[in-house]
Design a protein around this ligand. Structure first.
Ligand SMILES: [Zn+2]
Length: 199
């Protein structure tokens, strides 16, 4: 399989408008020069399958020769990623959902005691929600061998307690409006998906 570099993935995400660059007002109220929307690459089924295969290839060296019994991701963003990585490993693709605030395997999803598991995400930011999925899997007695994400927007710093792999590593700085260098340079932020400046 031909190896793709970080720049190749960056180009693909830009081309599919999964990564927008400019000056954005995020739903958090913060400003950022980058906006990431992984659904824009996953909406193409053939591309989603390729991304899953490439992420599985990046994860394989971290598994010590073990084949995972399941790939688990948090809903909603990780569902398609788990499905496609599971396709590449020929195993089950499961997802967790929040129930009363806690990440939980529902819908009759089960993991055997000691089962080897890979946890995946679309995007890792701080690793916080990923760690919750890891804990939910471990609470079932299964073993989390590694974590994978399509995008690591922590710039490589997120620590999830197990080995980790990503296709695209990216810094996505965010700023309070008052401290935004883009605003200071005279530009106005736009809401992602709209062309008009925020009034
Ligand atoms: Zn700004």
């Amino acid at each position: 399989m031909n190896e793709r570099t970080n720049d190749d993935w960056l180009g693909l995400f830009r081309e599919r408008e999964a990564l927008l660059e400019g000056h954005f007002l995020l739903t958090s109220g913060l400003h950022s020069p980058r906006y990431l929307q992984c659904a824009r690459v996953l909406m193409d089924p053939a591309l989603a399958t390729r991304l899953g295969a490439q992420l599985a290839s990046a994860l394989r060296p971290l598994l010590g020769g073990t084949s995972p019994a399941a790939v688990v991701a948090p809903a909603l963003g990780g569902v398609l990623v788990a499905h496609e990585v599971a396709r590449a490993f020929s195993c089950l693709g499961l997802f967790t959902e929040r129930q009363d605030g806690a990440m939980t395997l529902r819908r009759g999803f089960r993991l055997d005691e000691g089962a080897p598991v890979v946890v995946v995400e679309d995007v890792i930011t701080t690793g916080g929600s990923t760690k919750e999925v890891v804990s939910a899997v471990q609470a079932k007695g299964a073993r989390v061998l590694a974590v994978g994400s399509l995008v690591d927007r922590s710039g490589g710093t997120a620590d999830v307690g197990v080995p980790r792999a990503s296709l695209l590593t990216l810094e996505v700085p965010t700023y309070e409006a008052a401290a935004c260098p883009l605003c200071a340079a005279g530009s106005r932020p736009v809401k992602p998906g709209s062309r008009a400046a925020v009034p």
